[in-house]
Ligand binder design. Structure first.
Ligand code: RIB
Ligand code: CA
Length: 321
């Protein structure tokens, strides 16, 4: 039976690929998509999500979520500043890793009347069977829902989070973007009591997607595969310039790796159950502190230290075929 999931996104180039993968693979039953601010403001992440839905001729419901973080930037802008993940082409034009709006036809704007946290509460309170939540943006929606109704956790089978980093960071010297954007929300979700699998930058950078993989998607020739190939090529250019991976001309495609894990758990490597806490202030704000000691208390997160690029590419390409 396909696994029922709710996807929480800040669409975003890699979020778009995660939506496409979840919609296209028969092992997944995508019951709803919630949006959150993150890569772009909420109006853009929501509109981008709707444009991807149209591209796929899909009809999953979309719930618009939080436009700001729980605490961050409410009173004062925090330090340290985030890094700028852009690149430049030969003409000196900026290539953004996430466009404000995708170069796709405007959507009809059709979203559900409930906002995302209310949807979580409503759905999970009444769910007949537990559901998996795949959260690939800042964790604000889920944290708000858990604050409103902590008992919804009983109907969560697993929370799969793209976020965090052990040896690798991107937003600051210490933190990955999704966690840095709303560290208080992340800390709350990590301690909600559900099974949590964390797919950090260490996993997504080692399960890289190559230019050859983008070419394979392009060769499929469907509107969705061509769009995904274009997003991946853009990401490769930015990675080569701003965040080079060990393998040249490749990129991390963070968010779809969470979906791939639900299809084939072996796409993640070196997964260890550890105590993970989020730093909430100072230079390390948003850092995921992973306890690696043999004896430790409060093991709350299955943390993936690596990923398998071949398995990941196979899952991705087969989906578009
Ligand atoms: O750090 C990578 C994450 O931040 C991805 O989920 C990307 O889409 C952004 O949200
Ligand atoms: Ca994302």
């Amino acid at each position: 039976m396909p696994r029922k999931i709710i996807l929480d996104v800040d669409t975003g180039s890699d979020d778009a690929c995660a939506i496409m993968l979840a919609q296209l693979r028969p092992e997944i039953d995508l019951i709803a998509v919630c949006t959150v601010k993150g890569n772009q403001p909420i109006e853009y992440t929501t509109e981008n999500t709707l444009r991807i839905r149209d591209l796929l001729h899909a009809d999953f419901p979309v719930y618009k979520g939080c436009s700001g973080s729980l605490v961050k930037n409410v009173v004062y802008p925090r330090i340290p500043p985030t890094a700028n993940a852009d690149a430049y082409d030969e003409q000196g034009n900026k290539i953004h890793i996430h466009q404000e709006l995708f170069d796709l036809p405007a959507s009809d704007g059709k979203i559900e009347p409930l906002n995302a946290p209310n949807f979580y509460v409503d759905y999970l309170k009444n769910a007949k069977q537990p559901v998996t939540i795949v959260a690939v943006g800042p964790l604000t929606n889920l944290a708000v829902a858990l604050i409103m109704e902590p008992q919804i956790v009983k109907n969560i089978e697993e929370i799969v989070i793209m976020g965090g980093g052990w040896n690798i960071t991107n937003a600051t010297l210490a933190a990955e973007f999704n966690i840095y954007d709303d560290p208080e929300a992340a800390q709350r979700v990590l301690h909600c009591g559900a099974k949590i699998t964390m797919v950090p930058l260490d996993a997504t950078h080692s399960a890289y997607i190559s230019r050859k993989d983008a070419e394979a998607l392009k060769a499929i020739g469907s509107p969705a595969s061509l769009f995904a190939a274009d997003l991946i090529e853009r990401r490769i250019r930015v990675h080569d310039y701003a965040q080079p991976l060990e393998v040249k001309h490749s990129c991390a495609l963070h968010d779809p790796l969470c979906i791939a894990y639900l299809i084939d758990p072996d796409v993640l490597k070196d997964v260890k159950l550890c105590n993970v806490e989020v730093s909430l202030s100072g230079l390390t704000e948003g850092q995921t502190c992973v306890d690696q000691r043999a004896i430790q208390e409060g093991r709350n997160v299955h943390f993936a230290f690596g990923g398998d690029p071949k398995r990941f590419a196979k899952i991705l390409i087969e989906a578009f075929r």
